[in-house]
Design a binder for this molecule. Structure first.
Ligand code: KIV
Ligand code: ZN
Length: 525
């Protein structure tokens, strides 16, 4: 078997390749506030494909027309990766997933049903025998649509192993080619998980005909350890997300799994097909698109992951990097900050620089980004790679916004009035308002609410800087809640108040993106 050549049989268990199944665009996007636009999803999917991810779970097609379109478009554009669409154990869901992934050179339907007593009693209100019947009929239906079918037992780790083995057996008999055993609630320990996979592989007659897969949530901080324990027991697919994004405490982090397997090949004799030098960029792009800041001390991709602060460590590093470094920053794609260009740089140099940073923009987006680069270079003395990355990501993240900021003026007096005069473009119509607040940011947000005639709840507001220096660009993020939905927005600007206004608008625009609620509500993790 070669890299990026996903096998549909557990003969894979006899080889040392572990298939990477990325679910950033499905389980990751289920995180409250992590809604992404189509443009962002396409950008992430392209990056994952280039990086060597074996299977990309692109979304949950029945959830909304937007999800269906995203999965279909990702499927159309896919190069090497298998594109999976999720579906509940419902015929209409499976048909929708099949219709979305059929555009891919290699598509997969991923269907799941709960198997644990607590889910059967309270959520499904079905008996064990009824669920077994559902497994058979739904997997058979999926197999009639496509050759590559993954079946998942939701809440598998709280399901008695004898019953779980019967379900797995039914799924294999019906034609499933991958069997996923999710730790939906993040309850397992590495020892439990190893034993569970060992038992299932031993108990189920045709277990050698399929690939076993681990899907671990991180509620106890054990998701990566549990996934690796499953691999040791014979699993050859791990489901994970960039930055560990996902429901509640998230999923196993792709970058941690991949680098653990690579760095500790002595203890874990496996490999993945991932080009690890893409990891830092993938982390940045997902953090920006989902508006989830990566904690500074996050393994592999955190700002401090390769920073050596103490004198003893610095001394050792200067003498020989291996004294305190088990992997190099370059191996995960971290480069030293570099000065880019100034205001005299032309279109050609700008395009080349974007290429080097991994961007390939369409004509319109390129023109917009170039214009913004020129404006920035006029105002800011040094423009760094980080500035350019923020600028282009901002362009991609806000391109679909229906409501845009035309202009604003803020008056702020110590102990006095704080007022914002604001003009918005709402799908071509100009709306002007003048509103006061208890401070300048309050006045800006009040003005936007008045102009769009809505009152979402502000859940999070924060600003940080892209680089050092008082002329650094501000990166503002805003999380809003309305009608039981939470979304995030962000914007990058040289001016903090303009960045704040645009971040608020970006979040509000995302609140108006259509999302399905019934199907989303049925997903636990
Ligand atoms: O955590 C889980 O059980 C899931 C399934 C839908 C695979 O995400
Ligand atoms: Zn999950």
């Amino acid at each position: 078997m070669t890299e990026n050549n996903v096998s549909t049989s557990n003969e894979g268990a006899n080889t040392d390749q572990v298939f990477i199944f990325d679910t950033t665009l499905r389980d990751g996007e289920q995180s409250p506030g992590a809604t992404m636009t189509l443009e962002e999803k396409l950008q992430i999917a392209e990056l994952l494909d280039d990086m060597g991810v074996d299977i990309i779970e692109a979304g949950f097609p029945i959830a909304s027309n937007g999800d269906f379109e995203a999965v279909s478009e990702i499927a159309r554009r896919s190069k090497n990766a298998v594109i999976a669409g999720l579906s509940r154990a419902i015929i209409a869901d499976i048909d929708r997933a099949g219709a979305a992934v059929k555009h891919a050179p290699r598509g997969r339907i991923h269907t799941f049903v709960s198997t644990s007593p607590i889910h059967l009693a309270h959520q499904m209100k079905k008996s064990e025998e009824e669920v077994l019947e559902i497994v058979s009929t739904t997997v058979t239906h999926a197999r009639n649509l496509i050759d590559d079918v993954e079946w998942s037992a939701m809440d598998a780790t709280r399901t008695p192993v004898e019953y779980l083995a019967r379900c797995v057996d039914a799924a294999i008999r019906a034609g499933a080619t991958t069997i996923n055993i999710p730790d939906t609630v993040g309850y397992a320990t590495p020892e439990d998980h190893f034993q569970l996979f060992r038992d299932l592989i031993e108990m189920v007659p045709d277990s050698d005909k399929v690939i076993f897969s681990a899907h671990c949530h991180n509620d106890l901080g054990l998701a990566v350890a549990n996934s690796l324990a499953a691999v040791r027991a014979g699993a050859r697919q791990v489901e994970c997300t960039i930055n560990g994004l996902g429901e509640r405490a998230g999923n196993a982090a792709l970058e941690e799994l991949v680098m653990a397997i690579r760095t500790r090949a002595d203890a874990m004799p496996y490999h993945t097909g991932i080009e690890t030098t893409h990891l830092a960029r993938a982390s940045k792009i997902v953090a920006t698109a989902a508006n989830f800041t990566v904690q500074f001390n996050k393994a592999i991709v955190g700002k401090n992951a390769f920073a050596h602060e103490s004198g003893i460590h610095q001394d050792g590093m200067l003498k020989n990097a291996e004294t305190y470094e088990i992997m190099t920053p370059e191996s995960v794609g971290i480069k030293a900050t570099s000065l880019v260009m100034g205001k005299h740089s032309g279109r050609h140099a700008f395009r080349e620089k974007l290429k080097e940073l991994g961007y390939d923009l369409g004509d319109n987006q390129f023109q917009e980004a170039f214009q913004r680069f020129k404006d920035l270079a006029d105002r800011k003395k040094h423009v760094y790679d980080e500035d350019l990355i923020a600028l282009v990501d901002d362009e991609i993240g806000t391109a679909a916004d229906r409501i845009k900021l035309v202009g604003m003026e803020v008056l702020s007096k110590t102990g006095g009035v704080h007022r914002c005069d604001l003009v918005l473009d709402v799908e071509g119509e100009k709306i002007a308002v003048s509103v006061e607040g208890t401070g300048s940011v309050d006045a800006i947000f009040n003005a936007i609410k008045r102009a769009v005639n809505a009152d979402p709840r502000l859940v999070v507001y924060g600003v940080d800087s892209i680089t050092g220096g008082t002329d650094a660009q501000a990166n503002a993020h805003v999380r809003l809640e309305m009608n039981n939905r939470i979304v995030s927005g962000r914007a990058t600007e040289p001016d903090t108040l303009v960045a704040s206004a645009r971040a608020y608008l970006n979040a509000y625009n995302r609140l108006t993106i259509e999302r399905g609620s019934a199907a989303q509500g049925a997903l636990a993790g």
